[in-house]
Design a protein around this ligand. Structure first.
Ligand code: NAD
Length: 248
């Protein structure tokens, strides 16, 4: 494993038939002003994760959960993509469906940068769905702000409460079958701005290595917890490193 400042290594040259799996984490949105889990003054320091991002928290106090996600929605309405998001949109334009962009982020910054095919494994901040897993209604776009218990909307089909379309701790991320297929067939696996502490995403690099074919690259300002599984750790902020990462 090589750990070097990102500008000390040449850009990656993707072959004409090669497939690229990119996993982004909170770090890619940090320079756009969205706090990561680890920011010392970040939002996550002011909330207990189990209160606002778990099924138990939802059942204990749904209005507290909606207050938290309403604040996240308000914040996300005013942020803008940074050069890293834009570089990945440009990469998609070049590679088309040979790029699988999987994000752990629930913000819409990849889409705002122009990415068309973003796979949100942890859901989307601006979508809501019925809390009843047996209800047949689909998640729908929702920019609503719900600050009181009375304001929480009800499902039109079954009358259940609407909840954020977010994968909470203790829940299974969306689309794991598709993710596993893409991990098995990629030639490049690149993680950008993720601490390597939250599973299952933190285990994707080991899954890729078990297939024995892809090069594995990490990009971020510090070594992630799962650094040992990457061929290279390219140290740098996403906004500086990602635009220089590929020779297009
Ligand atoms: P994390 O907070 O655990 O780790 C963030 C990582 O980003 C750290 O390793 C840090 O070194 C790195 N980082 C900080 N500044 C960076 C920069 N400028 N460029 C590149 N990297 C930088 O985040 P994670 O690993 O994504 O944690 C996973 C969980 O956090 C996910 O469940 C995700 O849904 C949630 N989350 C999402 C958002 C969002 O949607 N924007 C924000 C916070 C947390």
């Amino acid at each position: 494993m090589v750990v070097v400042p990102h500008d000390k290594l040449p850009p990656l040259s993707i072959g004409p038939h090669e497939r690229v799996f990119i996993l982004t984490g909170a770090g890619i949105s940090a320079e756009s002003g969205i706090a990561t889990f680890r920011d010392k003054n970040g939002i996550w320091q002011r909330y207990r994760i189990e209160d606002v991002a778990s099924p138990e928290g939802w059942h204990a106090d749904a209005s507290k959960v909606w207050l938290f996600y309403s604040q996240r929605r308000e914040q996300a309405e005013s942020v803008h993509p940074n050069p890293a998001h834009r570089a990945l949109a440009a990469l998609e334009a070049k590679l088309e469906n040979r790029l699988f962009l999987c994000t752990q982020n629930v913000d819409p910054l990849h889409e705002l940068a122009g990415s068309q095919r973003v796979f949100h494994m942890h859901g989307e901040l601006f979508q809501s769905r019925c809390e009843d897993a047996n209800c047949t209604t689909s998640p729908h776009e929702d920019h609503g702000i719900y600050l009181t218990r009375e304001s929480i909307p009800s499902c039109m089909a079954c009358g259940g409460r609407m909840r954020p379309h977010i994968c909470w701790f203790g829940e299974t991320p969306f689309g794991m079958d598709r993710i596993m297929r893409e991990l098995a067939r990629c030639d490049w696996f690149i993680t950008i701005g993720s601490s390597g502490a939250v599973y299952p995403a933190a285990g994707f690099v080991e899954e890729v290595r078990s297939h024995g074919r892809a090069r594995t690259i990490y990009v971020g300002p510090e070594r992630p917890e799962n650094a040992g599984h990457f061929d290279e750790c390219r140290l740098g902020k996403a906004g500086e490193a990602v635009p220089m990462l590929f020779s297009l």
